[in-house]
Design a protein around this ligand. Structure first.
Ligand SMILES: Nc1ncnc2c1ncn2[C@@H]1O[C@H](COP(=O)(O)OP(=O)(O)OP(=O)(O)O)[C@@H](O)[C@H]1O
Ligand SMILES: [Mg+2]
Length: 339
């Protein structure tokens, strides 16, 4: 159990009433956080994030956990949660003319002003949390693929299709798809994503909303991938999520164009015809692939410190390349989306 977990436990037990003199010492904002346990109902706990239910708002806290081959690894990656959160905030500022979004605040001062009950746990979530407007999520993973890889490559190789639609013959692995393709998925019962055809999206959410999801997702991808390309990062594919407000507005929700929701490739190493190295997870994959006796089922073996350090550097490098600012110097612009 990490220090922060102890701390969070103390808050969970003491709640708001714990007096500040008795407050346990926590690591700084750059400390490693494996898991948070804030004294609020858990709206959702995923592989990497805890989402707390604050009523009409949610607090999305990105931990430093990392998963590879769909397994959460035993060591957290320093700075990873902070990168995911700050990067999402930065991307939203680049994209907010295309669609409204859920971000209310990411600046810790602003978060505690809006939600004073978060003040006492501030050290745990600072820089890794987003305060967002709660929506009714649309149960479609809006995947956009600009390159053919992963499950899309497998589908194409087996059936010549992507998301059920035929693609031209003769494509090679990792080839660019022009234009990019909307390739939606749903979460199957086992938690894995299952690719579905566009007609199935229309059947589930109605033709009009399905069309809107496709148009907006493609526009977001085009803008994001274009920006990333000029900074040496190929966004091979990415997943957007959307939700609806009570008054029927469509909002972009969840994390946006992060390494966890996207495939990032280093542009200078891109070479179609083979699988590409992952910008963020390659050190971890190489290490785990090199182990003879791990069958890729949990629990995963521990990572050596140099693999953890190399991976942390990858996340910081992605952040610096994309935003042009080192993470330590970065302050997200004030959210202009949902109030
Ligand atoms: N503004 C929002 N309103 C409502 N739900 C939201 C909002 N933003 C994000 N969510 C939801 O919060 C959840 C976050 O879950 P998270 O991604 O951490 O885990 P998961 O998707 O269940 O599993 P995995 O770890 O495999 O991603 C998602 O279901 C997402 O749809
Ligand atoms: Mg998720």
């Amino acid at each position: 159990m990490s220090d922060v977990e102890h701390t969070a436990d103390a808050w969970t037990r003491g709640g708001e009433a714990s007096n500040s003199a008795a407050r346990p010492v926590v690591r700084s904002s750059t400390g490693v956080v494996e898991r948070t346990e804030l004294p609020f109902p858990l709206y959702r706990g995923g592989k990497v994030r805890e989402v707390y239910d604050l009523g009409r708002r949610l607090l999305i806290v990105a931990s430093d956990r990392i998963s590879a081959f769909d397994v959460v690894l035993p060591q957290p990656i320093p700075r990873k949660g902070e990168v995911l959160t700050q990067l999402t905030a930065w991307w939203l500022s680049q994209l907010e003319d295309l669609v409204d979004h859920h971000l209310v605040a990411v600046d810790p001062d602003r978060i505690v002003t809006l939600e004073p009950r978060l003040r006492v746990s501030r050290e745990v979530w600072t820089r890794r949390a987003m305060l967002v407007q709660r929506t009714e999520p649309i149960p479609i993973e809006c995947v956009v693929r600009g390159y053919i890889s992963g499950s899309a490559w497998r589908e194409y190789r087996e059936r010549g299709t992507l998301a059920g639609e035929p693609l031209p013959p003769g494509l090679i692995e990792s080839q660019r798809l022009e234009p990019a393709i909307f390739s939606p998925a749903t979460k199957a019962v086992d938690g894995h994503d299952e690719n579905i055809a566009f007609v199935d999206v229309a059947r589930r959410v109605g033709a009009e909303l399905a069309e809107r999801l496709r148009t907006v997702s493609l526009a977001l991808y085009e803008r994001g991938a274009g920006i990333a390309q000029t900074r040496g990062i190929v966004v091979a594919d990415t997943k957007f999520e959307f939700g609806q407000t009570r008054d029927g507005r469509l909002l972009l929700i969840d994390e946006v164009l992060t390494p966890d929701s996207s495939r990032f490739w280093p542009a200078d190493l891109y070479e179609p015809g083979r699988a590409q190295p992952s910008f963020d997870k390659q050190p971890v994959r190489d290490y785990l692939d090199g182990l003879r006796d791990w069958d890729k089922r949990p629990p995963s073996p521990p990572l050596p410190p140099e693999v953890v350090a190399a991976t942390s550097s990858r996340y910081l490098e992605i952040f610096r390349r994309l935003t042009g600012t080192p993470l330590d110097d970065f302050r997200a612009p004030e959210a202009g989306g949902a109030a």
